[in-house]
Write a protein that binds this ligand. Structure first.
Ligand SMILES: C[S@@+](CC[C@H](N)C(=O)[O-])C[C@H]1O[C@@H](n2cnc3c(N)ncnc32)[C@H](O)[C@@H]1O
Length: 484
């Protein structure tokens, strides 16, 4: 692995250099699984072009090109199962992808990307996913403060574990797929992780970590909600009914977390017909503050199509039957739709704060700092009495902007909207009092002083205005427009 790392490094096979080589059009085409624009950009025979053709565009290269890009390594990589050689040509058997964190170039080995250029999308039952958009979402959601022990549950190729290793004293990475565990070990070595720093363990869900606790759990579990069939793809199907896998993880989290520890889950959940998803999920949560954000809702038909396509079933003789069976099962289960989003749990001994909301809008990425700030706000607001709040000196968050709408030339705007430019990018409509209040929150004056001054300007009774507006001040704090 060190020799492979050296070869990749000296060829300049990094995320930035490959993006540059491909250019925007070919890079975007590749994200749609189309290789032709990329092949047209990589005909020069340099080691960087060879590695890009071999491992990303998955096209064979000549033996001499391969030898030049991977000096002295071709035979060894064939023996390891990463390459295969035929007469005069070398092809990749695994995907090796450059990946970048904020300050580091990494490489991630996974199974080859299926379905390039419209070829059949079928994969084996033990397929190990590469860096999917779900993996990236979880990486951007995961808190990055230094911790003692972290757990990557269902590690796959180990991408979350590689991230966690940068800020955790020890990482435990679990999976039931032996090929995934092998790839995680390989990726740890390829990326120079010290031996033992990522402790790779074989076993189902929490079984390999029974009795242990963690400061941070990051998991992108096999969350696809489907009828049990014998065709289980381990990277996405848990084998448990409905959204049980997510429920089990949420219910197990408190026992696995140290006080103040976080469990962050990327998940799908059932939206029951005639029911309330928030109520359902709230029932799973105990002993943790929780911030659950539903980012997207997919109707049953759209959901079935998405995952049948993912399994490469579309266009096969079996498609209609499987589509029908899945929809029928949804109907019988009373599933009206599927929610996709983030579950953030923080172990607490205090009375937990639960916030479950829909936020389908664009957010700043990485979103982790906003999750961290939410935790701080929960601490600030916990047990905050009205008297203490009135004497507090809140500050308007620096990124909040005011938008005004109304007829051109009108003296006063018809609508004022406060909009955050960062984090979740929340927006809320504000009336004159609220806009005046947040505008005056520069940390100099207390809540009581600002509200009293506004009451006197509007010739209103201060006590009545305070009583009316204090809940709004709490909302502004909880939503991050104001900070204490
Ligand atoms: C969606 S993939 C996530 C992979 C990787 N962590 C990521 O973020 O891309 C889910 C992973 O869970 C693993 N898995 C499936 N069933 C499991 C189980 N019962 N216990 C532990 N891991 C399991 C799969 O093998 C797969 O690697």
């Amino acid at each position: 692995m060190p020799a492979l790392r050296e070869a990749l490094d000296s060829a300049g096979y990094t995320y930035a250099r490959v993006a540059d080589l491909l250019g925007e059009t070919a890079h975007t085409a590749l994200s749609r699984n189309e290789t032709v624009p990329g092949l047209r950009r990589t005909r020069g025979g340099s080691p960087l072009e060879t590695l890009t053709r071999l491992f990303l565009l998955q096209t064979p290269v000549t033996v001499s090109e391969a030898e030049q890009a991977l000096p002295g390594l071709v035979d060894r990589l064939c023996n390891e199962g990463l390459l295969e050689q035929s007469i005069g040509e070398v092809a990749a058997r695994m995907d090796i992808r450059p990946y970048a964190t904020d300050d580091e170039d990494l490489w991630v080995v996974s199974d080859l990307t299926p379905g390039l250029d419209g070829t059949p999308n079928r994969v084996g039952a033990d397929h190990v996913l590469g860096i999917s958009s779900a993996a990236t979402s979880l990486a951007q959601l995961t808190l990055r403060h230094p911790v003692g022990r972290a757990l990557d549950l269902g590690t796959g190729c180990g991408v979350q574990a590689l991230h966690l290793a940068r800020h955790s004293d020890q990482v435990v990475a679990t999976d039931i797929n032996k090929r995934a565990l092998w790839m995680t070990e390989l990726n740890a070595r390829l990326n120079g992780i010290r031996p033992g720093h990522i402790d790779v363990r074989d076993g189902s869900f929490f079984e390999p970590v029974r009795g242990e606790t963690f400061d941070l759990i990051a998991t992108n579990p096999p969350f696809v909600i489907s009828p049990a069939t014998d065709e289980r793809l381990v990277y996405r199907d848990s084998g448990l009914p409905g959204d049980r896998v997510v429920e089990d993880i949420v219910r197990a989290a408190p026992a696995l977390l140290n006080e103040g520890g976080w469990c962050q889950i990327l998940a799908n959940w059932v939206i029951p017909a005639g029911g309330d998803w928030q109520e359902r999920l709230s029932g799973w949560i105990a002993d943790c503050d929780a911030w659950v954000v539903q980012r997207e809702v997919i109707d049953p038909a759209g959901y079935v199509e998405l995952w049948l396509k993912d399994a490469g079933v579309q266009g096969t003789a079996d498609y209609v039957r499987r589509y029908d069976t899945w929809l029928e099962w949804f109907e019988r289960q009373g599933i009206a739709g599927v929610g996709f989003g983030w579950i953030n749990l923080r172990r607490t001994d205090s009375t937990p704060t639960l916030r479950l909301e829909e936020w389908p809008y664009d957010v700043e990425q990485p979103i982790a700092p906003a999750i961290d700030a939410w935790g701080d706000t929960v601490d600030d607001l916990r047990g905050l009495t009205d008297a203490v709040l009135l004497s507090a000196h809140p500050v308007l968050r620096a990124d909040v902007q005011q938008e005004t709408f109304g007829a051109p030339g009108a003296e006063d705007p018809a609508t004022v909207v406060l909009r955050q430019q960062r984090g979740l990018r929340r927006a809320r409509q504000a009336d004159t009092v609220e806009a005046a209040f947040v505008g005056a929150c520069d940390g100099e004056l207390s809540v009581q002083q600002v509200l009293t001054a506004i009451a006197s300007l509007l010739e209103q009774e201060p006590a009545a205005l305070v009583a009316e507006r204090l809940p709004v001040v709490r909302e502004l704090l909880a939503d991050g427009f104001l900070e204490l």
